[in-house]
Design a protein around this ligand. Sequence first.
Ligand code: ZN
Ligand code: ZN
Length: 155
Amino acid sequence: MKDKKIAVRGVLGDGDYNRPYKCNACGGIMIFKGVGEYECEDCRDIDFDDYGKARSYIERNPGSTQAQITEGTGVSAKSIRQMLKESRLEIASDSRTFLKCDICGINIRHGSLCDKCEVAYHRNKEEQERAARAISGYGMDTKPRESGEMRYINR
Ligand SMILES: [Zn+2]
Ligand SMILES: [Zn+2]
């Protein structure tokens, strides 16, 4: 993880990322302005959540590694990992280090599954849903399972 170069991807996730709610300067309410940026409704002071901090750091320092971002912004390694998992950030295309797909272990740049496993995962869910409907409707798919067991016993 230390030498992974990180790039901005910018899909909204649902992590909290240390959002600023209160203005550091006057105690006013911080209004969300977009892409991790917040503005005080009273004194117009600007602050950032972890995503905003990491994002602006990467824009100023393209090709930064996770360690550099953490050092430069104070955003934790855990938070950066979370943003990679949620595809808010991705591994830069010229980086030689990667994340691993949770299912097949192939190298990926963002999220937790590769494109192939993501599709397979959803197909599998669709099949399960279809099978569940078939069973509750007609019970048609119990037959092949029985003949499979018979063959095993005969051997
Ligand atoms: Zn303020
Ligand atoms: Zn995979």
